[in-house]
Design a protein around this ligand. Structure first.
Ligand code: ATP
Ligand code: MG
Length: 137
């Protein structure tokens, strides 16, 4: 069954949005397969966002991701990679539709509270980066 990697970033954890975000995935019908709270090192954040290393905001983004606890999760279900991104909404909360997580709960792109894998390959790589196989049910 299809799986994706979802992370609540330090701003989402700090703002107390964990339950709100988990409940949206649960109510949709997706299954939680792994979950843990971690403070990533900057090196780990750079690995996670390696695709963006040429972008001007890369350094700030990695500083931010490693600035506090991140809630790392694996969710499973039919179409969860693509539909999970739909639940999350557009990258820039100014462009996310109301009803989406970023549309309802965030304002600026640098503090958009949640990450979701953008395709089957990245989902596989990100799950392997963040979790040991023994941590998954
Ligand atoms: P994520 O990978 O976090 O789920 P995304 O796939 O919607 O987000 P990406 O293009 O992968 O978007 O960008 C990764 C993250 O980098 C974004 O979530 C955002 O926090 C940050 N980011 C993207 N564009 C900008 C920008 N122009 N300025 C500042 N930060 C940005
Ligand atoms: Mg992305």
């Amino acid at each position: 069954m299809e799986r994706t990697f979802i992370a609540i970033k330090p701003d989402g954890v700090q703002r107390g949005l964990i339950a709100e975000i988990i409940s949206r995935f649960e109510r949709k019908g997706y299954k939680l397969m792994a979950i843990k709270l971690v403070v990533p090192t900057k090196e780990f954040a750079q690995k996670h966002y390696h695709d963006l290393k040429e972008r001007p905001f890369f350094d700030g983004l990695c500083d931010f991701l490693s600035s506090g606890p991140v809630l790392a999760m694996v969710w499973e279900g039919e179409g969860v990679i693509k539909y999970g991104r739909k639940l999350i909404g557009a990258t820039d909360p100014q462009k996310s539709e109301p009803g989406t997580i970023r549309g309802d709960l965030a304002v600026v792109v640098g503090r958009n509270i949640i990450h979701g894998s953008d395709g089957p390959e990245t989902a596989k790589d990100e799950i392997a980066l963040w979790f040991e196989p023994s941590e998954l049910v």
